[in-house]
Design a protein around this ligand. Structure first.
Ligand code: PDD
Length: 281
């Protein structure tokens, strides 16, 4: 596997970073996960725009412009045979003597790797997944795609420990998102998801699903979603770059709706697959 590190493409086994990298010491960095279908990065512009926003939020200078990022990402894709890839990239504040305050004149560390993209199997799409609710105990900048993911890691493991594929996060009685996905609630034929805020990541998949729903004339709302709506939903979905759109069919061990992926999910899932094909050159 070839990766990219600070200006060089090299085998991942040969890539190393100094232990004083602030990504290692503080989780002081941001990242992106970009799905690649048929060797074509999916909505790359949106991922790079979000990366730019994350970098600006944490005051790390963006090391490349959009054209340079695109060229590096396409080169990385070219180093791998898989038609479907998952590009992981991260930028940290670089290597410096340990001190919480920003170091001066330290170049950022830029790392990228590609893994085969494993999208949910047809069986999983047909069955849906189990999820559990958990209290969203993260910080107030969940809109930043930060590599400091300890809270998300613990929440996801909480779900796994309780037989779930995802933790559906609730803060002060309202839905925020999943531990590594965005969440949609369907009630009475209306799809709802929380409005963008600092309490959640604006998922690229979320935005794509929103566009698809609106274009198809599916009633779609971005607004506060109360816990009671989550618990009484006809359908629940999760969405992310690696899991696409998946139905949540049990929540805290109780069936969601009829306990099988609902009609709105099937419609949206088909539209999403059509959209993927339309995005290819
Ligand atoms: N995570 N919310 C959180 C907390 C996430 O970690 C993710 C994705 C999303 C969905 O974002 P997108 O649709 O842009 O992938 C929402 C990635 C896949 C990860 O950390 O691996």
């Amino acid at each position: 596997m070839t990766c990219y590190l600070n200006g060089r493409f090299l085998p991942i086994e040969e890539a190393s970073i100094p232990v004083l990298d602030r990504g290692f010491i503080y989780g002081d960095g941001v990242y992106e996960v970009i799905p690649v279908y048929d060797r074509e990065p999916f909505h790359l512009d949106r991922h790079l725009a979000r990366l730019a926003r994350s970098l600006a939020s944490v005051r790390i200078a963006n090391p490349y412009d959009v054209a340079a990022w695109e060229s590096l990402i396409r080169t990385l894709i070219g180093h791998h045979d898989d038609a479907g890839q998952s590009i992981y990239l991260q930028v940290t504040r670089g290597v410096a003597k340990r001190d919480h305050a920003f170091p001066k004149d330290t170049p950022p560390t830029v790392f990228m790797m590609s893994n085969p993209l494993v999208t949910p199997s047809p069986a999983l799409v047909a069955s849906g997944v189990a999820a559990v609710t958990a209290t969203d105990n993260r910080w107030f900048r969940c809109d930043v795609k930060s590599t400091s993911l300890l809270a998300n890691v613990l929440l996801r493991q909480f779900a796994v420990d309780h037989g779930g594929a995802e933790a559906v996060l609730l803060r002060d009685g309202f839905l925020t998102e999943g531990s590594s996905s965005n969440i949609f609630v369907v009630r009475d034929g209306i799809v709802a998801t929380p409005s963008r805020s600092h309490l959640m990541l604006t998922g690229v998949t979320l935005d794509v699903v929103a566009d698809i729903a609106v274009d198809a004339g599916i009633p779609f709302e971005m607004r506060d979603v109360h816990e009671s709506e989550v618990r009484s939903a006809d359908e629940l979905w999760l969405a992310s770059s690696t899991r696409e759109v998946l139905a949540i069919t049990t929540l805290d061990g109780r069936p969601v709706g009829n306990g099988v992926p609902g009609p709105m999910f099937h419609r949206l899932y088909r539209l999403f697959q059509d959209h993927k094909r339309k995005c290819l050159p």
